[in-house]
Design a protein around this ligand. Structure first.
Ligand code: UT7
Length: 330
């Protein structure tokens, strides 16, 4: 869709647990090795929540950081959207718990389940609300404690995931032309079971069997997801840029989902993008699902490289299967 949504990103923030889980740590726990992990995924280490941390604590810390960056206080917020697949509880929404933690009441708050695309889905929703004047300041968070749903006996998945949270405050545009100029949101439910946590929901409520069969952990058909991811990552970036007639030289930064360095590199190469214009943090944080893009966005903003009028592109894909992109003029 390419009708301009007039908004600005008023502030961004992030929160990462202190505890670092390295490839060497994983080598000591299961049959894997640093060389395999680095060459197949690009990951060197990830952050993991400690006992006193959770999706809620990360989400709240990232939200506070974004509010600080925007120079706003929690009472300025009109809506909270939390994108997560590792919510604090099956219900209520983590967004409502964040609202409480921020010390505000009444404003709407809800969670959004679109996995690694969740933050981009959330930003697009927020932009519609702000553009149409329904709300002025929307807090969008991507927060995940993936380690709580990761099976550390499954070497095909446990090497990939990490914990973290990122957040952005979406507010009214401050200049002509500022905003989201193109959006893509898509889903293919026929691939819904390719990445799934099969236990603990209405279909398979928690029982001794679901625990014994390790059904409360993420399961992934890695090779199939890889094929989907390579195709979609390239498609959402190419289509977004083509819709605005932008070439690699016109875009200041692509902020892709960080699921596998090979997926990012294949898009970079195929689309002729200069590598320095494609943000990578998977080496340091692994795949943080819905938190990967907002953490990367906050890092990009912190570099000071993004100037008014620059184009940045958020691009994600993930469980659902889902995909999304947002082409933003800063
Ligand atoms: O964010 C959500 C979206 N998720 C993704 O985009 C993830 C997409 N998938 C991937 O990134 C890759 O499929 C993985 C990184 C998960 C796996 O890489 P792969 O190159 O597809 O490996 P594979 O599953 O085809 O396995 C190749 C070999 C197998 O051994 P054999 O059968 O060839 O003897 C695996 O058993 O590598 C073996 N293997 C490992 N070896 C050492 C699988 N995991 C490991 C491991 N360490 N951790």
């Amino acid at each position: 869709m390419s009708k301009v949504l007039s908004i600005s990103i008023l502030g961004t923030g992030r929160a990462l647990p202190d505890h670092v889980l390295t490839n060497a740590d994983l080598e000591n726990r299961l049959d894997t090795n640093d060389e395999w992990i680095r060459t197949r995924t690009g990951i060197q280490e990830r952050r993991i929540v400690a006992a006193h941390e959770s999706t809620l604590t990360l989400a709240t810390d990232a939200a506070k950081d974004a509010l600080d960056d925007a120079g706003l206080s929690a009472s300025d917020l009109d809506l909270i959207i939390c994108a997560t697949i590792s919510s604090e509880y099956p219900f209520p929404a983590t967004a409502c718990l964040v609202q409480e933690a921020l010390g505000v009441t009444e404003i709407p708050a809800f969670d959004l389940s679109a996995a690694c695309s969740g933050f981009v889905y959330g930003v697009i929703q927020a932009a519609h609300f702000v553009h149409h004047g329904t709300y002025r300041h929307v807090l969008v968070i991507g927060a995940e404690a993936m380690s709580r749903f990761t099976d550390y006996e499954d070497r095909g998945t446990c090497i990939l995931f990490g914990d973290g949270a990122g957040a952005a405050i979406i507010g009214p545009a401050q200049r002509d032309g500022q905003g989201i100029h193109h959006t893509i949101m898509g889903a293919d439910g026929s691939g819904a079971r390719m990445i799934i946590c099969p236990g603990g929901g209405a279909k398979e409520p928690a029982s001794r069997r679901t625990v014994d069969e390790r059904m409360h952990f993420l399961k992934m058909r890695g090779r199939e997801v890889y094929r989907f991811a390579v195709t979609r990552m390239q498609q959402v970036i190419r289509d977004a840029m083509a819709a605005q007639g932008l070439g690699p030289e016109d875009v200041a930064m692509i902020v892709p989902h960080q699921s596998n360095l090979r997926i990012i590199e294949s898009a970079t190469e195929k689309l002729g993008l200069p590598p320095e214009k494609v943000w990578v943090n998977i080496d340091r944080f692994g795949n943080m699902s819905g938190a990967s893009i907002p953490v990367a966005l906050d890092e990009v903003m912190e570099t000071g490289r993004i100037k008014p009028g620059d184009w940045i592109l958020l691009a994600g894909f993930g469980a659902g299967l889902t995909w999304a992109s947002a082409l933003i003029r800063m």
